[in-house]
Design a protein around this ligand. Sequence first.
Ligand code: 1CP
Length: 330
Amino acid sequence: MKFLEVCKGKKFDVPPVWLMRQAGRYMPEYRELRKKHGMLELCTTPELAKEVTLMPIRRFGFDAAILFSDITIPYYGLGVKFEIKEGVGPVVEDPIRDLEDIKKMDDFSVVREIESVAEAVKLLKKELPVPLIGFVGAPFTLAAYLIEGKPSRDFKKTKAFMFKNPEAWNALMDKLTDATIKYAKEQIDSGADVMQVFDSWVGGLNERSYKEYVAPWMKRIFSSIKELPSIHFGTNTSHLLHLMKDVGADVTGVDWRISLREAYHRVKSPIQGNLDPAILFGTKEVIEREVQAIKEEASEIGAHIFNLGHGILPETPIESVEILLRAVRS
Ligand code: 1CP
């Protein structure tokens, strides 16, 4: 299928297209289901996770499905208590402060919630007409929620922890890397076709910090999931793209802050992206013009998967997604 071929470096005039967070709150059928079920309940009930994953495929016919889940799910396997707070995001009950707290965490095991994700993947594989993208959060981004205790914009506590306690940081990254690989394997063994690794917040680091505090663990992850194509995504990463490329994914996801041309120059391998999600609040003419601009840039570079530069925003009009799809495929 086209999507899988692009992951391996083949170029098409009309790129395959899917959108990050394509199953979610901008869809009325999702909001309807969410009235009856909590977010984490949706993620850990195989039938429901399957239904939500299928919603955008049925409505729009994207070229790939992404498993409906959340990057926090492996916390269950580590015995970390957390919730997803309405209008906030992941909130951790006892944020990590030191090495003792890390030692108190369980080693990752396949608990019921993890099994239910594997089961959702198996159910999906029986019904899906397109490839299924499994996903995991990268250790830095997972560590950020564990240390901050909640979403953050500057990651002050995370960086302080990293720079002050290198021994504890290494122990935490080891633990989260082990969990990430085992959790990815559950999805792979159940039939996922592609693995996307979200390091959403790593762009807050500079090159030296990325090399020292993140890259070694990312290499371990990508070398452990070689059995299927991988996509590596982060935001605000223009200055890190060449280093991210080196840790071993097949495709690099880029946000909208950099042109595809420049991003390609830095990675020289398949690229996913990168329409600004806010463009979907614009007029039909603006959406068409911006999609066309990305297609023109893509025509000058190697393999390309059309996507947004970050998740679709909850207030996005359904019609905008239809306009985007028609423009990409025309
Ligand atoms: O009530 C709700 O519906 C909660 C909103 C929500 C949703 C729909 C959350 C809480 N997670 C999700 C699903 C989700 N999470 C998906 C769905 C699959 C799809 O793409 O269709 C995916 C891929 C994720 C992954 C995820 N969760 C990331 C990485 C992707 C990204 O956007 O950068 C991150 C950083 C999270 C944490 C998280 N979970 C939820 C929220 C609101 C957040 C972000 C909080 C923050 O700003 O730090």
